[in-house]
Design a protein around this ligand. Structure first.
Ligand code: IMP
Length: 428
């Protein structure tokens, strides 16, 4: 039987999932994106080229791999076409892409509403990527969304647009935002449907057939568990669930189908957008990490906020998402920092706690309890084995295993595919 591995981000996104997915995708028959949309930005470096994927799964660089965008995703056709065209302009055309007919369409009014909601929230704005993600998922839950299958059926599209606009235009008008014309959208989205048609299919049927065949399948997570709408730092979260538990529902497969869950974590923590995180700090060391780790958003270019590794959050991620092993990214970025901290617990109102409070106000009052480990100075970007790491770097990784109770299966020492040290075989 081929393994079915889920890759999940354990922090607030941007953990380096794209790199690990790309690495594992070399051996996978199928790569699947199951939730989110182009709020994600997965960076892949190989052959001295850098690619940023937002919608398209990271298996597109291998012509033999099937790439699936599953039903749990929300898809903005114009941005997707831009991504397809950008890949084509760099010679990447020979790939297999399948998009679920049940995936929801991000409409232009969702983009408008995303900005509007943020404006109304003012100082408590989420700091969204403004890609229309929240409003598209809200329409899905309100049963007024438009699915990709509707773009292939003129009557369904017309019905969907009529309802969508009847609900949305009055709100936009009320806040003096641009409203949308039914006929105009209808023509545009019919033509988008024509371009998307070759890709659109029932991906649940396809995926179940692959499982039946024993294919090796990789589920590429987007965002991170601390951004989960259920288990994250609500309301400063995204609108879908990036946990491994959400994968079966978002793909139309059995919950028993998942065999392994790899949690991806940076060797430190970052966050973009609003919402506190206990280990955040801003000093020269944070600046050093931001510059060395190129900690600027792939999707929005915003500088990322920097913090030490938070193992309370990692244990939370492990519990709610059934993580079986860790991949520690960007270890090389910490080289040259004399003292490295790891958060082991929080202090809240004078009490030591070992969990992430559900109440956001309480979460923002949590103070990290740290252990401090000595750093290392040696360049680690060219090593090939764990025991070639300086002893302090080895001890840092061992401390992460100790505080999370999870084995480290991979660590990464630079942006290139070759700078990935796997301590076990995955799809073998
Ligand atoms: P939305 O997903 O655009 O609604 O944004 C909600 C929150 O999730 C914001 O704080 C975003 O910065 C954050 N977010 C969404 N997607 C990603 C991602 O892929 N990486 C990091 N942060 C993300």
């Amino acid at each position: 039987m081929g393994k079915r591995i889920v890759v999940v981000g354990t922090q607030w996104g941007d953990e380096g999932k794209g790199k690990i997915t790309d690495y594992l995708a070399l051996d996978a028959d199928v790569v699947v994106r199951s939730q989110g949309g182009n709020n994600a930005g997965h960076t892949i470096n190989f052959n001295n080229q850098k690619f940023a994927l937002h919608f398209i799964p990271s298996g597109v660089f291998n012509p033999q791999t099937k790439n699936i965008m599953a039903n749990g995703m929300v898809i903005e056709p114009i941005a997707l076409f831009r991504e397809i065209d950008e890949l084509a302009s760099r010679g990447i055309t020979n790939y297999q892409l399948y998009i679920s007919d049940r995936a929801h369409c991000i409409m232009p009014y969702h983009l408008e509403l995303d900005s509007l909601w943020e404006d109304i929230k003012g100082s408590s704005a989420v700091g969204t990527t403004k890609k229309g993600i929240g409003p598209a998922y809200a329409d899905k839950a309100s049963r007024i969304g438009i699915r990709l299958a509707d773009l292939l059926d003129p009557e369904s599209l017309m019905d969907g647009l009529k309802t969508g606009l009847a609900m949305t235009n009055p709100i936009l008008e009320c806040f003096h935002h641009q409203t949308y014309d039914l006929q105009d959208l209808y023509q545009k989205y019919l033509s988008f449907g024509k371009r998307l048609k070759p890709y659109i299919t029932d991906t649940s049927v396809l995926l179940n057939a692959e499982i039946e065949k024993g294919s090796k399948i990789l589920f590429e997570g987007a965002q991170g568990i601390m951004l989960c709408v259920e288990h994250g730092t609500y309301p400063y979260v995204t609108s879908s669930s990036p946990t491994a538990a959400s994968v079966p529902m978002n793909c139309g497969i059995s919950p028993m189908a998942i065999t392994d869950v790899i949690g991806i974590t940076k060797a430190y923590t970052t966050r973009v957008g609003s919402g506190s995180f206990p280990t955040e700090f801003e000093d020269d060391t944070a600046k050093y990490i931001r510059e060395k780790g190129h900690e600027y958003g792939t999707t929005t270019g915003r500088p990322r906020r920097i913090g030490w590794l938070d193992t309370v959050a990692l244990r939370h991620a492990k519990r709610v998402s059934g993580i079986t092993e860790l991949s520690v990214m960007l270890l090389d970025v910490l080289t040259g920092i004399p003292q490295i901290k790891i958060c082991t617990q929080y202090e809240l109102d004078g009490e030591i706690i070992d969990r992430v409070p559900s109440n956001y106000r309480q979460f923002s009052q949590c103070k990290p309890v740290y252990v401090t480990l000595p750093g290392w100075k040696e360049n680690i970007t060219n090593i090939h084995r764990f025991d070639e790491l300086p002893i302090n770097a080895q001890n840092y990784l061992k401390a992460i295993e100790n505080y999370t109770g999870l084995p480290i299966a991979i660590f990464s020492i630079g942006p290139d595919r070759t700078q990935t040290i796997a301590l076990k075989a995955f799809f073998k």
